[in-house]
Design a binder for this molecule. Structure first.
Ligand code: FES
Length: 116
C-alpha cells in the first residue's frame, strides 16, 4: 500500500467533492461533516464520472443514470432506473471500492493498493 498525495486540504471544502487520479486510479474525495472520504470515481453501472455528479449530504448521485452511492462506505444506495438497467442487460450498479484517506499537514493523501 502506498500513501499518495492527491490534493491540498483546502481543495476540498465541507459538503463538496473532487475527482483525483493516483497510480492510474480515478478516485472521488468528499468532505462530509468535516471528514474526508474516498471511493472509486467511476460508476460501476456504465462508467459515469461521479465527481461530475451531485453530492447530497453523504450520497453521490451519478450524472449518467442516477445511481446513488454512499461516499462513506461505497455501497449502492439506489440503483439506476429500469430503462438504464436495460442498457446493461439488467445489470445494475455494484458497490464501489473505498480508500483510506488522511490529512497530513496541508496535504490530502490516499492509500492505493498495489497492483499485482
Ligand atoms: S453510469 Fe452511473 S448510473 Fe449509469
Amino acid at each position: 500500500m502506498a500513501l499518495v498525495t492527491v490534493a491540498k486540504k483546502d481543495d476540498i471544502v465541507n459538503g463538496k467533492m473532487i475527482g483525483v487520479e493516483a497510480e492510474g486510479r480515478k478516485i472521488l474525495i468528499a468532505r462530509v461533516g468535516g471528514t474526508l472520504h474516498a471511493i472509486d470515481a467511476v460508476c460501476s453501472h456504465m462508467g459515469g464520472e461521479l465527481p461530475k455528479g451531485r453530492l447530497d449530504s453523504d450520497v453521490v448521485v451519478c450524472p449518467r443514470h442516477g445511481s446513488q452511492f454512499d461516499v462513506k462506505t461505497g455501497k449502492v444506495v439506489k440503483q439506476p432506473g429500469f430503462a438504464a438497467k436495460a442498457l446493461t442487460m439488467g445489470r445494475g450498479a455494484t458497490d464501489l471500492a473505498v480508500f483510506k484517506v488522511v490529512e497530513d499537514g496541508d496535504d490530502v493523501k490516499v492509500e492505493i493498493p498495489q497492483k499485482d
